[in-house]
Every structure is written in C-alpha cells, then in structure tokens.
Design a protein around this ligand. Structure first.
Ligand SMILES: [Zn+2]
Length: 260
C-alpha cells in the first residue's frame, strides 16, 4: 500500500553568522521538519517563535527540538520554543536533543525549563537517536569552537543529511551520505575564517557525495551578496547535482527527490 505520509523541510530562516542574523537581512528561525507524523524543530535561532507563528506551525505539536550547537544564531529561541512545545510547561511532552556543553558549561538551556520536556538527550559523536519512527545519527563531531554535530535523518521513506557549521576537514563528506544533502554555507570564499564552510568546499562535498539534490543554506554576508540562487545554478552545472538555494519560508517536499 502506498503511504500518504510525506517528509518536508520548512526553512524558518536561511541566515548564517552574525551580521546577517543581527540585521535580520534573512530570518534565523531554524528549520521545521515534518517527517510523516513526526514534527521536529532544528536549531531555533532568533525569531524562531515568530517564524513558526507566521507559517502557522504549532509548537505544541512538536515531538522534538534538536540543537546542533549552542551558538546564538542556532539557539537564540530554544528556551521559548521549549516552553511553547510544552504549552507553557503544562504539558510534559517532547524531547530536547543538545550537545552537553549547551547544558553544562555556559548553558543556553535554562535550568527552570529542563523539567518541562519529557526528556533531554545528550548528543555525542556517533550517537543514534529515535523520535517515533524517525531516527537520526550524529556521525562525527564537527570542527567548530563549541561542541557541534551534523545529522543524518532516516524516515521510513527517505534518508537525508544536514551538514551544520564546521570548518572543512578530511572525510567530512564521507560521513553524510543521503538522498538529500542540506549544507550550511556561510562564506563565498575559502580561507577567511576556519570555522565555517565556504562555497568551494561545499562544491567538493557535493561532488563527492552526489546526492539527488543539495540545498544550500545558512548564508553569511558574502554568500548573500553573491545571490545564492545564482551560485546554486552554477553549482548545478558544475557538479551535475541539482543544487538549490534555500530561501526563508521554502518548504521542500522530499518526494521531489524521485525526479532527480
Ligand atoms: Zn556556529
């Protein structure tokens, strides 16, 4: 029997790094994943609550909130989103996933909120986690100033990966095989900062992984000024992989992957 369930990713923001976030040139609310009947919020940065309301997404339906790392552009709204997921702490529900340094050391998740969700699980390197019939892995610790993980999600229908903030390192790509690759590309050119991926690095990752589709997101100023949608078009031609640039509010339905 053909299932009517689908998997979608809604981008509640595409801003990366400080200036684009601070000026809200792009939104920074993270991403809302609807994977079958499971609802997940990934990296609720500043404005996540406003973005969910604007897109008519109901935080009380969230099954989980996942934090890749504690930098503000990813975690700014995590406390209010935990409160929203639990209906102000009245409903003891949902799971929060976060690296240990988001909870222990200079924590971004307030202590008084911690009893609200049903569970808080600590992300570790090579960890596997489940949320209903969805599982995800955190294959490798990223090279970033705070503890950071990317993800490979597996639903009954699709496998997709998300390479979050990191500096480029050897075999980074090898950890993230999937039908769809979402990749945070902060910088246009390599070399200026070591903590984020640049466009040429993203290109080599896409060439190595050859996903059906790659989505660029989390743009810093240099990427934004260079028009990510044009850069994505060029990457498509150069790599032979269909590459698109996320935009605020984009809802990507993973059934589209079958076309590529
Ligand atoms: Zn970061």
């Amino acid at each position: 029997m053909v299932s009517e369930l689908s998997d979608t990713i809604t981008f509640l923001g595409t801003a990366g790094a400080r200036f684009v976030v601070a000026r809200q040139l792009l939104a920074s609310g993270g991403a809302w994943l609807t994977l079958g009947s499971t609802q997940i919020l990934l990296d609720p940065g500043p404005g996540s609550l406003v973005q969910t309301a604007k897109r008519k997404l109901d935080p009380v339906k969230l099954d989980a909130i996942i934090l890749s790392h504690k930098h503000l552009d990813h975690s700014g709204d995590i406390n209010i989103m935990i409160e929203a997921m639990t209906d102000g702490g009245i409903k003891h529900r949902g799971t929060v996933f976060a690296p240990s340094d988001a909870l222990d050391q200079d924590p971004v998740i307030l202590s008084y909120l911690r009893p609200y969700p049903q569970d808080i699980q600590i992300l570790t390197e090579d960890g596997t986690y489940t949320i209903n019939d969805v599982s995800f892995r955190t294959p490798v610790r990223h090279k970033h100033p705070v503890e950071t993980y990317g993800f490979i999600f597996e639903t009954p229908r699709h496998t997709f990966s998300w390479i979050t903030d990191t500096r480029y390192f050897e075999n980074l790509a090898g950890h993230y095989k999937g039908d769809l690759l979402v990749i945070n590309v902060v910088r246009l050119k390599a070399g200026a900062t070591l903590d984020h991926l640049s466009l040429p690095e993203a290109k080599s990752i896409i060439e190595e992984l050859k996903p059906r589709v790659a989505i660029l997101t989390h743009f810093g100023m240099t990427m934004w000024r260079a028009k990510p949608w044009e850069l994505a078009g060029e990457l498509s031609e150069e790599t032979g992989v269909y590459v698109i640039a996320a935009r605020d509010g984009l809802k990507f339905d993973l059934t589209q992957l079958e076309r590529y």
